[in-house]
Design a protein. Sequence first.
Length: 235
Amino acid sequence: MGVAKARAYAQELQQTVFKDIVAQELVRRAEAQPLPGTVNPGLRAGVDARTLSVLSRVYVGSINFELTEDHMRQVFGEFGSVCSVSMARDTNTGRHKGFGFVEFLVPEAAALAMEIMDGTVLGGRALKLGRPNNYAAAIAQNFPRPPANRIYVANVNRAVTESVLQEIFSPFGKVTACVLAPDESAGHKGWGFVEFEGAEAAEQAAQAMNGLELAALVLRVRACVVGGPLGPGMA
């Protein structure tokens, strides 16, 4: 029942209030003031920066030689904020060798990329994704484990507000927190976290809403990787 209600509400948004939301968001951006700091539970919990970096990085191989760092940043950006794209290059030709690393701001984005992009054909070649050699050591570190009632949501249309996102996920259970990483120029960065009163609601929401199209973008949803306090979001 919850899945059907959530999807029906999302479809209703496409044709009714969403047009008004877009118009209101454009006005808000024109009058935008600086927003609060980043939403990054691991960082806020004091997890070692090197550990977070490894957890947030993926190896990408079998890259079409015509693709650039900008192409990779755009493709992988749907999973969360990309901090860096580094591609190994031939010292003689300057061309990349068809492999490199993509690092995200949060580990959840890297986990989504691993799940969705491994084997995806891009530029005529099937990408091969993996983890850095020191990933096993990083995941074994003593960092706060994520609460079972929290999920990560990415590829959220910039015109969708926290309150709208909360309404979309509310059919699965009571939403106790919904925060989107703020961006001074665009309102939010297109990703954030949703917390429910119970773990079962979070699990159902992650399974049902991953891949749902909302405002012309496909939502990417999964369980969290690292725990810690949520930031204030756009509030």
